[in-house]
Design a protein around this ligand. Structure first.
Ligand code: BTN
Length: 252
């Protein structure tokens, strides 16, 4: 274990040279009773996990961490904190980049720089019965020094986009902004997060392609509903609400 950086007192940082996955470690500790605000940080992951069962390549030089939360809210609202994490990464990254770089969000939780994926977020949760959350793990990966060649989406890193930053500085900035949005969500609900996310979302009002579990569908990206689901307007103006999937430009 190594010394952690300086973060708000809400966080208790546990840092590791290598883990299988910071989400896995956070899950283990959450199940064993670890407190809200426990933050698991690793320099590299041997089994980093992405959304929908994918692998998250995790060489040294990038940021990998997971936060344990215990909000007293219904489990159905947990996914909204993925938007808090996207906002945190976007707002931390934007001032580190050259003014010409454009930070945008891709549903549900990706952060893009000039249209290329720079960060991924993985939420995992456990119920306490009666639909209430016992714990939620928010896992955040940010490409800082390097990025993988992704099979289905172009990627980049903060360094490739022109930022000269340390991992510690990115962790401090992202954790600070995450705490801001987490507190805002607890005080005021999802509406302010939704508005902030939409103000930087790519492709609103444009045609997008959405890959679902067993099909792909094309439509107009009509925004988010009050819970964070994607609204896709099909032919004839019928709006479909999508809770899980991957978004791509309609062409390409
Ligand atoms: C995605 O598929 O876009 C989500 C990727 C999430 C990666 C992060 S890295 C830190 C945390 N630990 C993991 O194993 N995954 C998340």
């Amino acid at each position: 274990m190594r010394e952690g950086p300086s973060l708000p007192s809400f966080f208790r940082v546990l840092s590791f040279c290598e883990l299988d996955s910071t989400n896995e470690e956070a899950r283990r500790r959450a199940s064993a009773g670890a407190a809200e605000g426990t933050l698991i940080w690793a320099m590299t992951q041997s089994g980093g996990r992405g959304r929908r069962g994918r692998y998250w390549i995790s060489p040294p030089g990038n940021l990998y961490f997971s936060i344990i939360l215990r909000p007293e809210r219904p489990i159905g609202l947990a996914a909204q904190l993925g938007f808090a994490a996207s906002l945190a990464v976007g707002e931390a990254a934007a001032p580190m980049l050259p003014p010409s770089a454009r930070v945008s969000y891709k549903w549900p939780n990706d952060v893009l720089i000039d249209g290329r994926k720079t960060s991924g977020i993985l939420l995992e949760s456990q119920t306490a019965g009666e639909g209430r959350l016992d714990w939620l793990v928010v896992g955040i990966g940010v490409n800082i020094a390097s990025y993988p060649e992704l099979a289905d989406y172009a990627a980049t890193s903060l360094a490739a986009a022109g930022a000269t930053v340390t991992i510690e500085a990115v962790l401090e900035a992202v954790a600070g902004r995450f705490l801001f949005w987490y507190e805002r969500w607890r005080a005021d609900g999802f509406a302010p997060l939704r508005a902030a996310w939409l103000s930087r979302a790519g492709g609103v009002g444009e045609q997008i392609r959405v890959r679902l579990h067993a099909e792909e569908t094309i439509g107009l990206f009509a925004g988010l509903d009050e819970e964070g689901a994607l609204l896709l307007e099909g032919a004839g103006g019928k709006v479909r609400r999508i809770g899980a999937g991957d978004v791509f430009p309609a062409t390409g």
